[in-house]
Design a protein around this ligand. Structure first.
Ligand SMILES: [Zn+2]
Length: 322
């Protein structure tokens, strides 16, 4: 119980949007619905966290059941055709039609931005589903800290049914999850979890101002989260490690972007797509052994966490890469 409380506190620290002590109105209902131990959901929204690839296989019949209960007449299917031949289908309840239009625009814009960053994106098909949050948690069995998810090629975004829509948060979630879809296409599904999450957070928008302090606090008593634990997604982590895992992923990728640039990252993704061994792809693209990178990252983070100016969370991310 102690660990669980600690985890919630860490997450709640992370969630304060721009220093506010209160969750936004759009987030509060989620916290209320899940207040028996998982008010952390609030924070997840603010950070646009997601989960990937770790939902049990039993999802499939549940998904089918949901499709049947929702009833096709209540849903709107909107095809979204993108440059380079990718095709998305946006699935939303009809009462969210206006929102579906917003999301369509955001997807198109994000696709254009990602093409500008990574070049031509291999064509892929995906769907993005807007779903009321109750159905989302019933359907997925996702951990309470989950916001949206990209799972088996499908993006699912839960929304509060009877509350005002927080468009900024939705845009951020769409951008984050769609980045996962594109990174999956660019790497043929072989991108390591920490790089995937780091890039998705970097691309979604400004860093949460509490993120570094939360990581620093975590590192006072814990070792950095080993990157290999993040390979298959974050849902199998102990909950107390989740905020640190996201923070480490973001900081590491900020450092990689700053040091090597998107051209080398794009080359790395292409090597993964061509089935190179992951370690060899990393070394070829960045001219650095991945184990060495991690050793240096860990020792720099630990040194940073020990600095006596406890309230000074400044970290020059360029020092994370030797
Ligand atoms: Zn994510």
């Amino acid at each position: 119980m102690k660990d669980q409380r600690g985890s919630n506190n860490d997450l709640i620290k992370l969630i304060k949007p721009r220093g506010s002590l209160e969750p936004t109105s759009a987030l509060r209902p989620i916290a209320l619905q899940t207040m028996r131990g998982v008010a952390v959901v609030v924070g997840v929204h603010a950070l646009s966290l997601c989960i990937r690839f770790a939902i049990a296989d039993s999802l499939t019949p549940e998904r089918a059941r949901l499709a049947a209960t929702e009833g096709s007449e209540a849903l709107r299917f909107t095809p979204v055709n993108l440059t380079d031949g990718s095709r998305l289908t946006l699935i939303s309840p009809r009462h969210w039609s206006d929102l579906a239009d917003e999301v369509t625009q955001e997807l198109t814009k994000t696709h254009r931005e990602l093409t500008g960053m990574f070049g031509s994106i291999p064509p892929f098909r995906s769907s993005i589903r807007l779903m009321d949050e109750q159905s989302f948690y019933e359907l997925t069995g996702a951990p309470g800290w989950t916001n949206a998810m990209f799972f088996r090629g499908e993006i699912i975004i839960p929304l509060a049914k009877h509350q005002p829509i927080d468009l900024d948060n939705i845009h951020r979630s769409v951008k984050h999850e769609y980045t996962h879809a594109v990174l999956s296409a660019l790497s043929r599904g072989r991108i390591p979890g920490w790089i995937d999450e780091g890039l998705a957070q970097w691309i979604e928008g400004d860093e949460n101002p509490a993120l570094r302090t939360t990581l620093k606090n975590y590192l006072q008593k814990n070792e950095p989260v080993p990157l290999h634990l993040l390979q298959g997604g974050f849902t199998k982590l102990e909950s107390r490690m989740v905020p640190a895992a996201y923070a480490q992923s973001l900081l590491a990728m900020q450092a990689v972007v700053q040091t090597y640039g998107l051209t080398k990252i794009t080359a790395y993704l292409q090597l993964l797509r061509e089935d190179f061994d992951r370690g060899l792809a990393f070394e070829t693209a960045f001219d650095m052994n991945q184990d060495e990178f991690e050793r240096h990252l860990r020792s720099t983070l630990k040194t940073w966490a020990k600095t006596t100016a406890a309230k000074n969370s400044a970290l020059d991310v360029s020092t994370l890469v030797r």
